[in-house]
Design a protein around this ligand. Sequence first.
Ligand code: F6P
Length: 324
Amino acid sequence: MKNIGVLTSGGDSPGMNSAIRAVARTCAHYDIKCTGIVRGFQGLIENNTKVLYTRSVRGIINRGGTFLYSARSDEFKTKEGRKQAFKTIKENEIDGLVVIGGDGSFTGGLIFMEEHNIPVVGIPGTIDNDLYGTSHTLGYDTALNTATEAIDKIRDTAISHHRLFLVEVMGRDAGFIALNTGLAIGAQEILIPEVNMSIDNLINSLKRSKSAGKTSTIIVVAEGDKTGNNVFQLADTIEEKLPRYEVRVSVLGHMQRGGSPSCFDRVLGTQTGITAVESLINNEKGIMIGINNGKINKTELSKAIKGKTKINQELLRMSKIMNT
Ligand code: F6P
């Protein structure tokens, strides 16, 4: 390995900068050139690169977003696009590639590796936490704290007005953010794509909470949950069936992807960035560098993508106990 490329792809997440910094500085430590690729796989197609020295990555560990920028590249999904991207690899004499991203980015990275025989190592970077082989993805911890803080604020106004709030948090296909923030803020119910909660069950739960004397209520809804199609329709249905409830909807949206990374995400980015470079040096490829019980865990990229981490159903059960 004389030159290692690094890119961030797909939805950005807090902690990506920490991983980029670790990759660049570990390369410097081992006297390897580090090539940063700007705007993910799209930048690889467009030969948009810059050399990363130790000092190039100073002052970024505490910054949200990604200093290399990110993109979702449709062109890279085509054979022609990947051929063009490989030209950049050749021209810049890149020997191995670190891909920081989620499910879609790893799928692209894996195909690229198989087609062009370039070693690829992945670092899990997504707030959704939906990759197998790691208890945490970069940005997940920060997003949990951001969402929790935001919902605490919503609770203040919910209490003042005796209202029911449906708060939608991110998670297109996964309920990790909803489940944990739901438990943290004391939600009446938590709706996630992995578990089908019928409208009838939800209505019964709300009736129970009213008769138990609750004056304000928060329901946390994962973006990908399908109870009532979407959060706004769900609000209409509740108001129809329970006219005594004054319902409001709040969609937290992309604010959950921003902000300064938590201590946990900075440490995780550092650990995974260093290990990614060392893995490439040791001729390992096609793996994702994750973490389990505080220890580095390596998983084949193909498994990380397909075998989704199971949601902790026990947390749902506990949430119900808290709301009896
Ligand atoms: O980063 C993952 C994610 O946060 C999903 O939960 C969400 O659906 C998606 O990104 C939205 O991202 P974008 O607006 O960038 O397409």
